[in-house]
Design a protein around this ligand. Structure first.
Ligand SMILES: Cc1cc2nc3c(=O)[nH]c(=O)nc-3n(C[C@H](O)[C@H](O)[C@H](O)COP(=O)(O)OP(=O)(O)OC[C@H]3O[C@@H](n4cnc5c(N)ncnc54)[C@H](O)[C@@H]3O)c2cc1C
Length: 519
């Protein structure tokens, strides 16, 4: 049998060619692209995917017992203590996480966070209540596909900025960030208190890359891999009695710089693609011009190459979040004249700056002060509160409108738009829009994430498809990791069910074979 399959997003054609009728591992491609079979394919290689790979490779967490400081709460301790010899991977996560409250809407994320960072929300740094055992016999065959090196979006961010979170909250399972930092920094001068509490993005990115090597996960990772299409294998290609399968295709850049296509077939796909691949648009005429940029890293490159300097026309920075603040800090540091346009009032209580303690985030409070100062004190910085860009002309002239209807037009060197970002699921049919909670709205990591079962993170709309991290509204690394526990728990139960089904089938086959022999 030959079946043509068309990928909705790329339109590429492949020919499927079953070679034997034994099982699902029989599907083969006639083209030069070899079909590879995996139990799980993970798309994305950031902290979410790295943690999941650690779990799937057979590293399982166990409850270590209560500490001397009253962690965890008695009711949780009682639940955990009664089965402390059983890994959380094999326990009933719904029962364990019932009644937990915190800064994630995913109960398993809360459970994992409470155990790995007890009392973190009160700013404490207590040791983890989990210990880890390696069960190589439980490893699930998987591959992690990600565009850049392991670390995901951390590899693409400006390395000089500091994390919003404390450095220790960026650590992944069973490898202390602090100890890693100490060994990485041995011989270097100790950093100041502020730097110690927060980490540099460069250090976090380096830690994630080291983590994959230190924990022996490199064999599961295919870096430099872009997934262009995830779709179901047509039912008619699936042999009766086998699971529904997904095909995952794309291309990978090898170490020699050669582009190769890949093609995986799997019953389980995990989306761990993060929430920051598509920068939000201001939706005005002229937004497409090359001097309109949407990334801090690109602005840094312009500064480094002297295309943007203190003698340039002002740079217009749009937005009032932390990324816009980072851009202001960078431009101000280099003496570049800045016009800063933002939609809200400078004293709007919902601005992010007001939620950050001043002693831990002095740089952001400085920007906040500049915004409120109406340009009186800080030379080279003009804040335009309650202003929106209305048009960008090709000659670099930008039109802006104020709240009172006032209009102004100014010459700028670059427009830097930093007003948030959203996930890019273009490799799924309909850009994955059907998978969100409210299909009529655009996907959003805060207000319209993917619709998943809370305890397994399996899509409520597409069985066999899972999501984690910002895609399910866990926007901090601390919480994204609980998703790995939820998914591994589900996959182990699924595998166990399949194994027992297979065993039953073999018993039935043996029984019917011996009956026919007897006849
Ligand atoms: C500027 C900034 C600062 C932040 N600071 C903090 C902080 O201090 N603390 C904190 O906890 N969180 C912070 N976050 C959020 C944090 O980055 C995320 O919570 C975390 O990285 C999510 O991890 P992830 O693995 O789910 O996704 P990501 O880290 O985003 O990784 C996903 C990766 O998958 C890749 N990918 C996407 N599509 C494909 C495809 N089709 N094929 C192959 N690869 C693909 C992406 O390019 C990306 O590299 C910050 C985010 C930003 C943008």
């Amino acid at each position: 049998m030959r079946t043509r399959i068309r990928c909705h997003s790329t339109g590429t054609r492949h020919v499927l060619h079953p070679t034997s009728n034994e099982n699902r591992r029989s599907v083969n491609l006639q083209s030069s692209v070899k079909v590879q079979h995996k139990d799980v394919v993970i798309v994305g290689n950031g902290p979410s995917a790295i943690t999941l790979s650690y779990f799937l490779s057979g590293h399982w967490p166990y409850y270590n017992g209560a500490d001397d400081f009253g962690h965890p709460a008695d009711f949780l301790h009682d639940r955990l203590q009664s089965r402390s010899d059983v890994s959380l991977v094999l326990q009933d996560l719904k029962e364990l996480s019932e009644g937990l409250e915190g800064r994630s809407s995913n109960p398993v994320a809360l459970l994992y966070d409470i155990l790995s960072h007890p009392d973190a929300d009160t700013g404490q740094d207590f040791p983890s209540l989990l210990n880890w055992k390696f069960h190589p016999e439980q490893a699930i065959d998987h591959v992690v596909l990600g565009r850049g090196p392991p670390g995901g979006s951390w590899q693409a961010m400006d390395g000089d900025i500091l994390t919003i979170s404390r450095g220790v909250w960026m650590q992944l399972a069973n490898l202390s960030f602090r100890q890693w930092e100490e060994s990485a920094r041995s011989g270097e001068r100790q950093a100041g208190t502020r730097q110690k509490l927060r980490a540099s993005v460069a250090d976090v990115a380096h830690y994630y890359q080291d983590y994959v090597d230190v924990q022996g996960l490199a064999t599961y990772f295919r870096n430099g891999a872009s997934v262009t299409c995830v779709r179901r294998v047509d039912q008619k290609d699936v042999l009766p009695g086998t699971q529904e399968l997904w095909q995952v295709t794309g291309h990978v850049r090898t170490e020699e710089g050669v582009e190769e296509d890949f093609h995986y077939v799997t019953p389980n796909v995990v989306l761990a693609t993060g929430g920051f691949d598509l920068p939000n648009r201001i939706n005005v005429a002229g937004e497409h011009h090359s001097f309109v940029i949407k990334s801090l890293a690109v602005m840094e490159q312009l500064i480094a190459s002297r295309k943007l300097s203190s003698s340039s026309d002002p740079v217009l920075i749009v937005g009032a979040g932390l990324s816009a603040a980072d851009a202001i800090i960078a431009a101000h540091f280099h003496g570049i004249p800045i016009v800063h346009a933002f939609r809200r009032k400078a004293d709007d209580p919902s601005l992010i700056f007001r939620q950050l303690p001043c002693n831990m985030y002095p740089e952001y409070h400085k920007v906040y002060q500049m915004m409120k100062d109406h340009g009186k004190t800080y030379s080279g910085y003009i804040p335009l509160q309650e202003h929106q860009v209305t048009k960008i002309d090709s000659d670099g002239k930008v039109s802006l409108q104020g709240a009172n209807g006032s209009l102004q037009r100014m010459q700028v060197s670059y427009v830097v738009v930093l007003i948030g970002a959203r996930p890019n699921l273009s490799f799924l049919e309909g850009n994955g829009g059907r998978l969100t909670i409210d299909e009529s709205k655009t996907i959003s990591c805060r207000t319209n994430p993917l619709d998943v079962d809370l305890f397994s993170l399996e899509s409520n709309k597409e069985p066999g498809l899972y999501a984690m991290g910002p895609l399910v509204a866990d926007n901090f690394v601390r919480f994204a990791q609980g998703g790995a526990l939820a998914i591994t728990n589900q996959l182990h139960h699924k595998c166990a069910r399949e194994k027992s089904l297979k065993r039953k089938k073999i018993v039935i086959q043996h029984a019917s074979a011996s009956i026919s022999c007897d006849l």
